[in-house]
Design a protein around this ligand. Structure first.
Ligand SMILES: O=C(O)CCC(=O)C(=O)O
Ligand SMILES: [Fe+2]
Length: 354
């Protein structure tokens, strides 16, 4: 998409402001910037990240997404992710529910496993359309490698601020271990009446999101309504997912968000978005790291429901359950949607059908 021709995000609709974190300053250990990141991560779990250095690779990924979405449907469906709870590959629009009533989503996805980028040119997890293979070397591997580096830097900051022994969080996100980590490109047509992606918290640890058009909304704790967050050129969005909320005993927030048709003049356009998701290794058990950090032990001791931080399941099980129960083909009734829920399940269930 020609970014210069994108109509501006309307200036007359309310948006939720996010803190702007400078990646370069975080990387060199600037204490003020780290404090800002910590505030963003503990209050809302969403922030802008500038100076991340991944814009060029992101731009290539948008091109790859356009090339892939333009393939004949029959070709794309050869790489469909299926109904067993795996998310790598292609997802057709309408394959997922967006709410308890079983309303269908409007987004197509092309998701590429971190494990396939690392193993390339060998295949680790699955095969992809020719448009993906053609850009593995030039675009996808560089995008995933850079995104991994950014997310790992942020994970190390959280590790230290949570009082965890050095390397504890990185150990749970080993490059060599298979995981649900992946890049995702989404593509959705201008449809006002339906949600693009239903309300959810992210399934893994850290999401690094590049948006050109609006449509992303957050449900701010204590607020009455969904609020747009505005894309700013050169700024990515970052947000934390369920695994970090659980590891930290709720100190870090995995906030609810959803995607609707972009507002204003942007609403007439087809929407692409791009995320890199860092998720824990498949074997990692999702539990609060109370033995590793007195701060986390304290947070769990003070939590209204400490049991929710001891899930008893691996990252693989958590992820598979959530993906699988979103699939329309697996739907039996509202209980299937409920079975797809993450850490927001207990506190914010009521907003999910709104
Ligand atoms: O497209 C977006 O703006 C966000 C996508 C998202 O929340 C997701 O894929 O988890
Ligand atoms: Fe998300």
């Amino acid at each position: 998409m020609d970014t210069a021709s994108i109509p501006p995000f309307p200036d007359d609709i309310p948006t939720h402001p996010l803190l702007v974190v400078d990646y370069e300053r975080v990387k060199v250990g600037d204490p003020e910037e780290i404090e800002l990141l910590w505030t963003a991560a503990t209050k809302l779990g969403f922030w802008y990240l500038k100076n991340h250095g991944v814009d060029e690779e992101a731009s290539g990924m948008f091109d790859m997404a356009a090339e892939t979405m333009a393939l004949p449907m029959e070709e794309k469906m050869k790489y469909e992710q299926g109904d067993d709870g795996m998310s790598f590959g292609y997802k057709a629009a309408g394959a997922n529910a967006v709410d308890a009533s079983g309303m269908k989503d409007t987004a197509q996805f092309i998701n590429i496993a971190k494990d396939d980028a690392v193993a390339w040119p060998a295949q680790a997890r699955r095969a992809y359309p020719s448009t993906v293979n053609a850009r593995m070397d030039s675009t996808i591997v560089p995008f995933i490698e850079k995104s991994l580096a950014v997310n790992n830097t942020l994970l190390e900051v959280f590790n230290d601020r949570l009082g965890l022994p050095k390397g504890t969080l990185l150990q749970k996100h080993l490059r060599e271990e298979y995981s649900g980590s992946e890049s995702r490109c989404t593509f959705s047509p201008p449809i006002m009446e339906r949600q693009v992606i239903g309300a959810h918290t992210d399934f893994g640890s850290l999401s690094f999101l590049h948006n050109r058009l609006g449509g992303l909304q957050v449900f701010v704790p204590g607020a009455e309504t969904w609020q747009y967050v505005k894309p700013i050129p050169g700024h990515a969005f970052c947000n934390l997912g369920d695994a970090m909320a659980i590891f930290s005993g709720g100190i870090l927030r995995s906030n609810l968000h959803r995607v609707v048709n972009p507002p204003g003049a942007q609403g007439a356009l087809y929407r692409f978005s791009l995320v890199y998701f860092t998720r824990p290794g498949n074997s990692v058990v999702l539990r609060a790291l109370t033995e590793e950090s007195p701060m986390i032990a304290q947070a769990v001791a003070n939590a209204p429901d400490p049991t929710k931080y001891n899930t008893g399941v691996t990252s693989y099980d958590w992820f598979t359950r959530r993906i699988k129960n979103q699939r329309i083909k697996n739907r039996k009734g509202p209980e299937t949607w409920m079975a797809s829920r993450g850490t927001e399940h207990t506190e914010l269930t009521k907003v999910e059908t709104s």
